[in-house]
Design a protein around this ligand. Structure first.
Ligand code: ZN
Length: 310
């Protein structure tokens, strides 16, 4: 009985301590400069690996950041098996350094959670962790993978974000961080998977004006792209400087083509967002699908969340 009383008392103390922290510590994110309450948009993107956000939203992130909005990229795993030659702590550290450099170039901030690559599960603990981050960032926009994607970490990141999409507003779920009064709008990144349903864009953003910057940011993630990541090999890395240069250019051209392919694939939808003359000339695009959970903005509200179309 005494033991029960003691443990109850320590629970109450813990709860009081965490409530007391809400004014400051509880709404901060370790290693991140929390933005001021300046009325600007707050965007948080969740992906499985350090490089996925930059590929999917690197251009839009620069467009938001250039307008003074606040962007946070979160990699839910540390990427520690994402290479053909190296793994473990040293690879996680290397990828962290690469992605930090990429964020510096994009003008945004990033978090890498310390979960092993290839081992992410949609647990209650992880649901709480993502819910806390969305609340702490006070997000207006949340973007993640769709839950049908080729990689288990991508799928479960999608599931975890869907699981948080209502819970962020529920005060007694994770009461250590205050619930959001307003549910953010949740979006998905594009993919090519058709079953059970294909990606359908609700917003398509032209990223031509920031494409070089995006390509510069992707280029610094050498472990993943120049060296080929988990499916790479030594053959990708020539010894001669001229061939190395050609390999760098090959990687850069490949990424440019990815965003060109999105512009071509969603050319009709680009016409919904840009004047006819401009839509046809857009070379590079990024696209986002609105999730049915969370806020359901109409087109005018979408233009406020993606303020790129004036
Ligand atoms: Zn990935």
């Amino acid at each position: 009985m005494n033991l029960l009383k003691t443990s109850l008392a320590s629970c109450v103390l813990l709860l009081l301590a965490s409530v007391a922290g809400q004014g400051g510590a509880a709404v901060s994110i370790e290693g991140i400069n929390m933005p001021p309450n300046d009325g600007r948009l707050r965007i948080i993107c969740f992906v499985a690996h350090p490089d996925d956000c930059e590929l999917q939203a690197g251009g839009s992130a620069v467009l938001w950041a250039k307008r003074g909005h606040h962007v946070l990229f979160v990699s839910v795993t540390n990427g520690d098996i994402g290479h053909w030659r190296e793994a473990g702590g040293p690879l996680a550290k290397r990828r962290r350094e690469e992605v930090d450099k990429a964020h510096e170039l994009l003008g945004i901030q990033g978090v890498v959670l310390d979960i092993h690559d290839g081992e992410l599960l949609p647990t209650l603990e992880n649901r709480r962790m993502l819910t806390r981050l969305i609340r702490q960032w006070a997000a207006d926009v949340v973007i993640a993978h769709r839950p049908n994607d080729y990689h288990p970490d991508h799928r479960y990141t999608g599931v975890l974000v869907q699981d948080a999409a209502y819970m962020v507003t529920v005060p007694f779920f994770c009461p250590d961080v205050p619930a959001l009064k307003k549910n953010p709008a949740f979006f998905y990144f594009p993919d090519r998977f058709q079953k059970p349903n294909p990606f359908q864009p609700d917003v398509v953003v032209a990223v031509d004006e920031v494409m070089e910057k995006k390509l510069d940011a992707l280029a610094v993630m050498e472990s993943q792209f120049y060296e080929g990541g988990a499916n790479g090999s030594a053959e990708l890395m020539p010894g001669e400087p001229a061939k190395q240069k050609a390999r760098h250019q090959q990687v850069r051209d490949g990424f440019a083509r990815r965003n060109q392919a999105l512009a071509d694939r969603f050319r009709t939808e680009l016409g919904d967002w840009y004047p006819a003359g401009k839509a046809g000339a857009i070379k590079h695009a990024e696209a986002f699908e609105l999730c049915e959970y969370g806020a359901q903005p109409d087109k005018a509200q979408l233009k406020k969340l993606f303020p790129f179309f004036d």
